[in-house]
Design a protein around this ligand. Structure first.
Ligand code: PEP
Ligand code: MN
Length: 358
């Protein structure tokens, strides 16, 4: 073969490449149209039966030189690329997406608003342990100028032998003390059948990290109109987190706040790894308020203030921290809760940064 022949063959390949590109692009456009239609009809994008049929037809028509396995592999790549396109498109249309709603969602809790530009500080004990304990915390928080108090009544504990929370009794304590001190209350609910009942006692329903993908719980929280604080799962990706929020919003409850609480990584210096980058990403991708839990993410009192400042600097709409009258005796998370003195120091340091706009 002469050099001229080789060049001619190469030119042919160049032309075929461009033709292939045109055909692939045309295929992608048709696939996008199908995706739009599927979305309208509420049909899932991936259809394995249809994919198998298309691959079988291709193999039946294969006259070589590629073997059947190679043809299946090549076309699977093409199908996957089209599916990715459909899914990208679908992501843009989520109700929680910034593409769907440009303005920030603002959650009103009495005269406090979350997501409106003035970050909120949420504090309170890990667990509601007694009326007296919650009352003591409420008094200290009120004196410090805090307006939203947290406290767990249903505790999702790693060991079944650990304190499981006071249940409904705990919610009643939160209501009584919250009313007395004029504080809004947040508490985790773990059972879908408790959601409606809980709305009578608390101002915000928390869905914990372990339940981020408890879809029945998410649906139940979507069916009420009480605001929801949704925690990121221990191994939840940002995409999964947003889809979990979509479960709630798609049922009509638009009052959802997202909270980054650290994810599991190999790092042992902190209890979890605080994913600060999740804050600006979530703010970009969604219109929902984004908060950061500095207690469960770090598990370390000595770095809570800098982490809170980092969260606010990254654009967080609020910070959550655990406070207990006597942390060493706490029935859960004894090592990481701040006592009143420590909380005062923490709060002063965060306020002094100017990032709380107070
Ligand atoms: C909590 O906030 O009480 C809690 C259990 O946190 P997480 O779900 O983030 O572990
Ligand atoms: Mn805790």
């Amino acid at each position: 073969m002469t050099l001229r022949d080789l060049n001619q063959l190469r030119e042919k390949l160049d032309t075929i490449n461009v033709q292939l590109l045109e055909i692939l692009s045309e295929r992608a456009r048709i696939s996008q149209e199908i995706g739009e239609e599927k979305e309208k009809q509420g049909v899932p994008e991936f259809d394995p039966i249809r994919e198998k049929y298309m691959l079988d037809v291709l193999v039946a028509n294969n006259k070589g030189p590629f073997d059947d396995k190679t043809i299946r592999h090549l076309f699977k790549q093409i199908f996957q690329a089209s599916l990715n396109l459909q899914q990208e498109e679908h992501k843009k249309h989520l109700l929680v997406s910034r593409n769907t709603q440009k303005e920030n969602t603002i959650i009103n809790l009495g005269n406090i608003s979350v997501g409106g530009g003035k970050p909120v500080m949420i504090a309170g004990p890990c667990s509601v342990e007694s009326y007296g304990q919650v009352r003591q915390v409420a008094a200290a928080l009120k004196a410090a100028g805090i307006t939203v108090m947290r406290g767990g009544a249903y505790k999702p504990r790693t060991s079944p032998y650990d304190f499981q929370g006071l249940g409904k009794e705990g919610l009643k304590i939160l209501k009584e003390v919250g009313t007395e001190f004029g504080l809004k209350t947040i508490s985790e609910i773990v059972d879908p059948s408790h959601i409606e009942m809980a709305c009578n006692y608390i101002d915000v329903i928390q869905i914990g990290a372990r339940n981020m993908q408890n879809f029945e719980l998410l649906k139940a929280a979507g069916d009420v109109r009480t605001p929801v604080l949704l925690k990121r799962g221990l191994a939840g990706t940002i995409e999964e987190f947003l889809h979990a929020a979509e479960y709630i919003v798609s049922r009509g409850n638009t009052q959802v706040m997202l909270i980054e609480r650290g994810i599991r990584t190999y790092e042992k210096a902190t209890r979890n790894t605080l994913d600060i980058s999740a804050v600006p990403i979530l703010k970009q991708e969604s219109h929902l308020p984004v908060l950061v839990d500095v207690t469960h993410s770090t598990g370390r009192k000595d770095i809570m203030a800098p982490c809170a400042k980092a969260a606010l600097a990254a654009g967080a709409d609020g910070v959550m921290v655990e406070v207990h009258p006597e942390p060493s005796t706490a029935l859960s998370d004894a090592a990481q809760q701040l006592n009143f003195e420590e909380f005062k120091r923490f709060y002063t340091e965060v306020k002094q940064s100017g990032l709380l706009n107070e």
